[in-house]
Design a protein around this ligand. Structure first.
Ligand code: BGP
Length: 469
């Protein structure tokens, strides 16, 4: 198999505003849902200063430049731009992102900008979050301000990061605010509402004739039946429908297929829920599906599914104590361990084949997809820091096996044009804090100094040669 990446392939690094910026109270930024959440008594960690990217972005972009990282995923903090979520624009917020974007360009590091990476303004979160359709209009208004302010220089936009994580983690697994559990119908409604907001922002962007492209970032979790039994295969189909297929249909078909709705309907029935849609939603879907420029695909892991007819039960391993996770959902299935597949300390199966299979699946089921960027992939690891050296060989192994899976899919005709490692530098992990590190660059949180890990040197060599090394 060819080890060369296609011409122009992006070797990027990914970040997200809330996980790297810190400075949550500086320069007029308003509160987002996570500020209130992390500041509750008993919270295990805080978002200040995180990786202090708000002040250190020039150093980080210099590191990108020096290490061959030619693309960076950043997100815009909605409440830096609009402290109340709507109304008066905060000039300091616009200034910050202008400087950041200009510095990216100056260093030859192309910015890939996500409008919403989990950090909904606090007042909207308190007013029903994405269950409240009012938020759809608010999001589109905010998107317009960003397109107008930065759209001359930003050439890659994503509307949302991982709608499924907002829905699943907040309303099923309970490890994101509002910490609800097993509200499966609410999660499906949120997915739908987010797809409407995505579609409307995307069409707005297209109507503005700006010189860039726009898509969405989905986390595509591989779903594999643990056996060939029909009931395990059906559990796989159900989990795939709620996690992946429902939203991919909205984004790329412009409607929910009958097969998808049969699976979603079965899940809703078993959980005594309904989905509320409006006829105009499907006009919005269809208009956006005809114009979407790319899929941003985040891939970390796959799940092995077994039939499950019990009640829902979940235990989130958020400390890295291997082997403690539990995940079984009523009307869907149980995610079980596969003894042949290794896992990270946080129980995420390491399964590059799943990435290849998801890439092939996009090309097969959504042939209008145009192109894919791998917008996140990487390994959470408890790095050890010894005299300024960080030997993260397991991470290099993880990433290189996933890049091999990508190259295989490219070889088979899937159009993948870039890879953004999660993460550029060590960052705040939403529900795991600071001991789960992902970065190419180690952050010493005591003084915010950066240290290239072994993986950073490896990544640079690969980027220089344009081939897997
Ligand atoms: C994705 C998010 C990222 C990042 C990553 C790693 O779901 O888009 O923001 O956090 O996962 O997840 P975690 O930090 O939970 O290990």
């Amino acid at each position: 198999m060819a080890k060369k990446f296609p011409q122009g392939f992006i070797f990027g690094g990914a970040t997200a505003a809330y996980q790297v910026e810190g400075a949550t109270c500086e320069d007029g930024r308003g509160p987002c849902v996570w500020d209130e959440y992390m500041n509750r008594p008993g919270s295990r960690f805080q978002a200040d200063p995180a990786s202090d990217f708000y002040h250190q972005y020039k150093n980080d972009l210099q590191l990108c430049h020096d290490f061959g990282v030619n693309g960076i995923r950043i997100s815009i903090s909605w409440t830096r731009i609009l402290p109340d979520g709507e109304g008066k624009v905060n000039p300091a917020g616009i200034d910050y992102y202008n400087s950041l974007i200009d510095e990216c360009i100056r260093q030859g590091v192309e910015p890939f900008v996500t409008l919403h990476h989990f950090d909904t303004p606090l007042p909207y979160f308190q007013d029903g979050h994405w269950l409240n359709r009012k938020l759809i209009d608010k999001f589109v208004d905010y998107a317009k301000i960003c397109f107008e302010a930065f759209g001359d220089r930003v050439k890659k936009w994503a509307t949302f990061n991982e709608p499924w994580s907002i829905a699943q983690n907040g309303y099923i697994a309970g490890n994101f605010p509002p910490n609800e559990t097993f509200q499966i119908a609410k999660a499906i409604q949120i997915e739908h509402n987010l797809m409407v907001a995505h579609a409307r922002a995307l069409s707005l962007y297209k109507s503005m004739n700006l010189p860039g492209e726009i898509g969405i970032v989905h986390t595509l979790e591989g779903k594999v039946p643990i056996s060939d039994k029909p009931e395990d295969r059906h559990a796989r189909d159900l989990d795939d429908a709620i996690s992946n297929r429902f939203m991919l249909d909205a984004c790329f078909l412009g409607h929910y297929s009958d097969e998808t709705m049969a699976l979603i309907g079965e899940i809703l029935e078993k959980n005594h829920g309904t989905l509320v849609t409006e006829p105009s939603d499907f006009e919005d879907f269809s208009a956006a599906a005809g114009q979407i420029d790319f899929l941003g695909m985040n891939y970390y892991s796959s799940h092995f599914l077994q039939a499950w007819d019990g009640e829902s039960k979940v235990f989130n391993n958020s400390t890295g104590e291997k082997g403690t996770s539990v995940f079984a959902l009523k009307g869907i299935g149980a995610r079980v361990s596969n003894p042949d597949v290794p896992t990270t300390d946080w129980d995420w199966p390491i399964y590059p084949q799943g990435m290849h299979d998801q890439l092939r699946r996009i090309a097969r089921d959504y042939p209008n997809y145009k192109k894919i960027y791998i917008s996140e992939n990487g390994m959470g690891y408890k790095d050890t820091f010894e005299n300024g050296r960080i030997d993260d060989t397991p991470r290099i192994d993880y990433v290189s096996r996933h890049l091999e899976a990508i190259l295989q899919a490219i070889d088979e005709g899937v159009n993948v044009q870039g890879y953004y490692i999660w993460s550029l530098m060590d960052v705040l992990s939403w529900s795991n804090g600071y001991n789960k590190r992902y970065g190419l660059f180690y952050v010493d949180y005591k003084d915010q100094k950066r240290y290239p890990k072994k993986s950073a040197y490896w990544y640079r060599l690969m980027a220089q040669r344009g081939e897997l090394v």
